[in-house]
Design a protein around this ligand. Structure first.
Ligand SMILES: C[S@@+](CC[C@H](N)C(=O)[O-])C[C@H]1O[C@@H](n2cnc3c(N)ncnc32)[C@H](O)[C@@H]1O
Length: 248
């Protein structure tokens, strides 16, 4: 009995040590992510955080529209940051006065992000310029447009009405020259179709149609990311008339 008590105490100490002293190790993020996938499948929408290749592509326009001295600070929004794998890539490309807003619906992820801002070296360096909001992106109130929006939302899990509402909100929140980057897993709708019932197939068809009609005319580029589980497309979208260039 005493041996069991000692073992339990040692194990509990190890878990706390693992959590706090190793600067939020990758394995910890993955464990939290998988737990949330099981609990909140619909909103989490993935088994594991995005790979660094996917994260780098999602942060492409934060990087390419690099801060230029004298330029006004940029406002960047990340929707659905999860455990922060894409946030990390965004932070690496932040200019000295840029501000990053993170909106996350899941309380466990919010807690994890706040921990990273306290203990992860890369995150602590910018913590005064990062705002974490716990809530639904659709309810975010803002009076200033964003220069870049990076979205991790699993749009293919949502209803057509929700997808329409979210795409409309992205458009409203982007500044005139702003760019939206978001991803979807390659052939995900076709794969889901195979196992879906009639109503689900109808939903997937309608979501596909809305995304195609809304985004195809304004898509400025897309990246194929094979080094991710599963592989993904990253779409970059701008409602501006001319394609943004590196120096615009
Ligand atoms: C596919 S995961 C992406 C996580 C992370 N960006 C990554 O790439 O590893 C989707 C994320 O969106 C969040 N999410 C889902 N619906 C949301 C909503 N309406 N508002 C804000 N966050 C939401 C989930 O909790 C989850 O963190």
């Amino acid at each position: 009995m005493r041996a069991t008590g000692r073992f339990a105490r040692a194990f509990s100490f190890y878990r706390r040590f693992d959590y706090h002293c190793s600067a939020v190790p990758r394995i910890n993020s993955q464990r939290i992510f998988f737990k949330q996938f099981v609990r909140n499948f619909r909103s989490t929408g993935a088994l594991a955080p995005s790979s660094r290749f996917l994260a780098s592509s999602l942060a492409r326009f934060v990087r390419e529209h690099r801060y230029v001295a004298g330029q006004k600070p940029r406002r960047i929004l990340e929707v659905g940051p999860g455990t922060g794998s894409v946030t990390r890539a965004i932070i690496k490309s932040l200019g000295p006065n840029d501000h990053l807003t993170l909106v996350e619906i899941n309380r466990a992820f919010v807690k994890h992000l706040k921990l990273r801002l306290r203990v992860d070296e890369l995150f602590t360096g910018v913590k005064d310029r990062v705002t974490v909001i716990h809530g639904r992106f659709e309810e975010l109130e803002t009076d200033m447009p964003f220069d870049v929006i990076v979205s991790g939302l699993p749009l293919n899990n949502f209803t057509p009405k929700e997808v329409q509402e979210i795409l409309g909100t992205y458009r409203r929140m982007l500044g005139r020259d702003g760019v939206l980057s978001f991803f979807e897993y390659i052939a995900v709708r076709r794969a889901k179709h195979i196992f879906a019932n009639r109503a689900e197939r109808q939903r997937l068809r309608e979501v596909g149609r809305i995304m195609k009609e809304t985004l195809k005319p304004v898509r400025i580029d897309r990246d194929m990311i094979v080094a991710n589980l599963p592989p993904a497309w990253v779409h970059h979208v701008s409602w501006r008339k001319e394609k943004p260039t590196l120096d615009s």
